[in-house]
Design a protein around this ligand. Structure first.
Ligand SMILES: O=P(O)(O)OC[C@H]1O[C@H](O[C@H]2O[C@H](CO)[C@@H](O)[C@H](O)[C@H]2O)[C@H](O)[C@@H](O)[C@@H]1O
Length: 277
């Protein structure tokens, strides 16, 4: 398989560094919209064909493979099916934007404390949806955070826009953070994001290079953290999918693909290049 189209010099340098010394590399990917196609019901999201195989193949030669997601870590492990998949015994899943970490090696989740604001927000959200005339918006209760989805409403974008201000006010009042995503508004604990999660991962693994794949606004913090690391010599490849149409993320990427199938193509090409070196 040939090298994918890498649009930047930094991306070329990152690719070459990973190929030259995979044992010093982290491969990290978001789940929804990146490893899994977007679907109406969050409970039905599954990895695209070949996604786990591509990660497992890379896991043989790189230092660490990780899934970094807004989902609870255990939900992500269930939806992905990673525990039943051969070759992923060293995988880590950073859930809730890094609030949690699940290690395949132990099967255990470690988690920071959930702030009391989540319980308060849980009580107030139904009233906010009612007041906005959107009582049927789907609330995904993730225990440590709450996601209000508008994808299944008659006017998903209009509903998203209508809920943004009251849910921002609720986040402020409960000392939570509003995380806007693809037709979803999440209230989650402050002090965590995918950038912080990745910084911790890079530090704990001592990695010198990274490929990160994402699709949505929540992945921008990861991209920004990696851009900072690049200034201190880290080699990196930033891979974006067009799944969520996140313009800032796409503009910052070294490689852009249409969807999760494109991610599999890139990861497979990277494995091939490592095997051929
Ligand atoms: O960090 P991620 O793995 O990308 O998770 C972010 C949120 O993704 C999920 O919502 C998105 O995917 C759904 C299923 O395809 C889709 O219906 C929804 O419109 C998308 O926004 C998930 O439900 C959230 O909990 C995640 O935080």
């Amino acid at each position: 398989m040939s090298t994918p189209v890498i649009q930047t010099d930094l991306g070329h340098a990152g690719w070459q560094a990973i190929v030259a010394d995979p044992a010093a590399a982290v491969i990290a990917t978001d789940f929804d919209g990146t490893l899994s196609p977007l679907v109406e019901d969050p409970a039905r999201a599954r990895p695209v064909d070949g996604g786990l195989d591509a990660l497992a193949r890379l896991a043989r030669s790189v230092r660490q493979v990780a899934i970094v997601t807004g989902r609870p870590a255990l939900v992500a492990t269930e939806l992905t099916g990673v525990t039943a998949h051969a070759g992923l015994a060293s995988l880590v899943v950073l859930g809730h934007y890094g609030l949690e970490q699940w290690d395949a090696a132990t099967g255990k989740v470690t988690s920071d404390a959930v702030p009391p604001g989540v319980a308060v927000a849980r009580e107030r959200i139904p009233g906010i949806l009612q007041a906005a005339g959107l009582p049927d918006a789907f609330v995904e209760d993730k225990e440590s955070s709450l996601a209000v989805h508008t994808r299944r409403l008659p006017d998903p974008t209009g509903a998203f826009d209508r809920l943004r201000t009251p849910l921002t006010e609720l986040a402020d009042a409960t000392e939570l953070r509003l995380e806007p995503g693809n037709l979803v508004l999440e209230l989650r604990p402050p002090g965590v994001d995918k950038g912080i999660a990745l910084r911790r991962l890079l530090e704990s693994t001592g990695a010198q290079s990274i490929l990160y794949a994402g699709d949505d606004l929540g992945d921008l913090a990861a991209f920004r953290a990696i851009e900072e690391h690049r200034k201190t010599g880290m080699n990196a490849v930033l891979l974006a999918t067009r799944s969520s149409g996140a313009a800032d993320l796409i503009a910052a990427a070294d490689i852009v693909v249409d969807d999760p199938t494109g991610v599999v193509t890139v990861l497979t090409a990277l494995s091939d290049a490592i095997a051929a070196r």
